[in-house]
Design a protein around this ligand. Structure first.
Ligand SMILES: *Cc1c(COP(=O)(O)O)cnc(C)c1O
Length: 407
C-alpha cells in the first residue's frame, strides 16, 4: 500500500496558513521565526523520499499500519439500514490515532536537530503518544499537564513516566488542558532554539493544523483503498468524532474531492446544548462563535464578553473550547456537516459496539458510533457508512463502569 503523504495538494491552507477566514498565526512576534523555520523544515521533509520512507517503515513495523477496516455485520443487521464499516485506529500502537502525528512530528524534530520535545496533554493520550515516539527516537520529552487532569488520569501519568518523560504539573487557571497548552507555548517561546513543540491536534498557529492533518491523513489514504477493496466502491458517508479535529480531518482528507461522499463530524454534546455543559462549538449558536484561541482563529465557545467557556464531556479527548480551523472552513463551505452526540448517547454507543461487535471503543470514538446508530436506519441497505474508530476504550473503563452502573 502506497502511503506516501502529500502536502499542499488542496486549496487550503494558503501561504499564510488561512483556511478562508480561519487559521493563521496569532502568536507573539518572538515565535514567528520559529514557525517559519518549522514550515520550511516540514515542507523539505515531506518532499524528501528518505523521510517519507522512514515514516512509512516505522508505521509498518512499529505503529502496526495499515490498521484494518472491519465490516460491522451484526451491528448493521441489527440497525436494519446502511452497512457500517469501521476504520480500526483502536488497533494502532498505544491504542489510538494520536501516534500517527506524534511519530511524524518526532521524526521531524530529529531531522531538525532538536533534542528537546515539549508537549501538552489533557487526558494524557497525546502525552503518552509523545513520550512513546520520543522514547523510540531517543528524544527528551517534557509534558505539561493540568494538576486536575493529572489526578483524574493517573494511569497515563504513570505511563508517561515509565516511558521516560517528565510530566510538569500546571497549577494555573482551571488546571486543565487549556492551561497546559498555554504553559507549553510559554516554554517554547523561551526555549525555541533547542526545543520542538509537538502539538497534539489539528490546532494552533500555522503550520500545525496543516502538518497534523497531513500526518493523520494516512488514516483516510488507507481507508479509501480498503473500503473499495472490500465493497467495490466508495462509502456514502464518512463519520468521525471531533475534539481538536485530528482524527476526523485525517480520515476526511482523502475523501474531500469525492463529491458523492458525505463527511460528518460529531462533537461532544455533553449534557445537551441547552445545559451549557458541552463542547459543541459548532452546534451552540449562543456560545459558539468565531474567535482566537491558542494561536489560531476558529470557532470558540465564549460568552458575550469573549471569555472562554468551561466545557464538559464524558470523554476527555473531546473536551476543548475550540476546534481546528480547517473544520470551521469545511463547515462554512458546506463540504462537511457537524452534529453532536450527548454523553448518554456515547455511553450507549460503547455498550452497543461492545455487545454487537466485540469492540470496546474509546468514549471519544463512541460519539461517532452513536451517530452511525442514529443514521444507519434512515439509509437504504445498499448504502455504506465508514466510521473512524479513533481509539480503544481501555483508558475509559473506570468511567464507563461508573456511568453504566456495571460496577
Ligand atoms: C484525543 C482523542 C480524540 C480527539 O482528538 P482529535 O484531535 O479530535 O482526533 C478522539 N479519539 C481518541 C481516541 C483520542 O484519544
Amino acid at each position: 500500500m502506497n502511503t506516501y503523504i502529500k502536502t499542499g495538494v488542496t486549496q487550503v491552507p494558503d501561504e499564510r496558513g488561512y483556511y478562508g477566514e480561519f487559521g493563521g498565526r496569532f502568536v507573539p512576534e518572538t515565535i514567528m521565526p520559529a514557525l517559519d523555520e518549522l514550515t520550511a523544515a516540514y515542507e523539505a521533509a515531506m518532499a524528501d523520499p528518505t523521510f517519507q520512507e522512514r515514516l512509512m517503515y516505522l508505521h509498518r513495523t512499529y505503529t502496526g499500519r495499515p490498521t484494518p477496516v472491519s465490516y460491522a455485520q451484526r451491528l448493521s443487521e441489527h440497525l436494519g439500514g446502511a452497512q457500517i464499516y469501521l476504520k480500526r485506529e483502536d488497533l494502532a500502537h498505544t491504542g489510538a490515532h494520536k501516534i500517527n502525528n506524534a511519530l511524524g512530528q518526532a521524526l521531524l524534530a530529529q531531522r531538525m536537530g532538536k533534542q528537546r520535545i515539549i508537549a501538552e496533554t489533557g487526558a494524557g493520550q497525546h502525552g503518552v503518544a509523545s513520550a512513546t515516539a520520543s522514547s523510540l527516537l531517543g528524544l527528551d520529552c517534557h509534558v505539561y499537564m493540568g494538576s486536575v487532569d493529572m489526578a483524574r488520569q493517573q494511569p497515563n501519568v504513570f505511563r508517561m513516566k515509565l516511558l521516560g518523560a517528565e510530566v510538569i504539573p500546571v497549577e494555573s487557571g482551571t488546571k486543565t488542558l487549556k492551561d497546559a497548552i498555554s504553559e507549553a507555548m510559554r516554554d517554547w517561546v523561551t526555549n525555541v532554539r533547542d526545543s520542538f513543540y509537538l502539538l497534539g491536534s489539528a490546532l494552533g498557529p500555522h503550520p500545525y493544523p496543516m502538518m497534523v492533518r497531513d500526518f493523520q491523513s494516512v488514516i483516510g489514504i488507507e481507508a479509501r483503498e480498503q473500503i473499495q477493496e472490500l465493497t467495490g466502491r466508495l462509502p456514502d458517508v464518512v463519520m468521525a468524532c471531533v475534539g481538536g479535529g485530528s482524527n476526523s480531518i485525517g480520515i476526511f482528507h482523502a475523501f474531500r474531492d469525492d463529491a458523492s461522499v458525505d463527511l460528518i463530524g460529531i462533537e461532544a454534546g455533553g449534557h445537551g446544548v441547552l445545559s451549557g455543559e458541552h463542547a459543541a462549538r459548532f452546534n451552540d449558536p449562543q456560545l459558539g462563535r468565531p474567535g482566537v484561541l491558542h494561536g489560531t482563529r476558529s470557532y470558540v465557545l465564549q460568552n458575550a464578553d469573549g471569555q472562554i467557556m468551561n466545557t464538559h464531556s464524558v470523554s476527555a479527548g473531546l473536551d476543548y473550547a475550540s476546534v481546528g480551523p480547517e473544520h470551521a472552513y469545511l463547515r462554512q463551505t458546506e463540504r462537511a456537516y457537524y452534529t453532536l452526540a450527548t454523553d448518554d448517547e456515547a455511553l450507549e454507543g460503547v455498550k452497543t459496539l461492545a455487545r454487537m461487535e466485540g469492540i470496546i471503543p474509546a468514549l471519544e470514538s463512541a460519539h461517532a458510533v452513536a451517530e452511525a446508530v442514529k443514521r444507519a436506519p434512515t439509509l437504504p441497505k445498499d448504502s455504506i457508512i465508514l466510521v473512524n474508530l479513533s481509539g480503544r476504550g481501555d483508558k475509559d473503563l473506570n468511567t464507563i463502569m461508573k456511568e453504566l452502573n456495571l460496577g
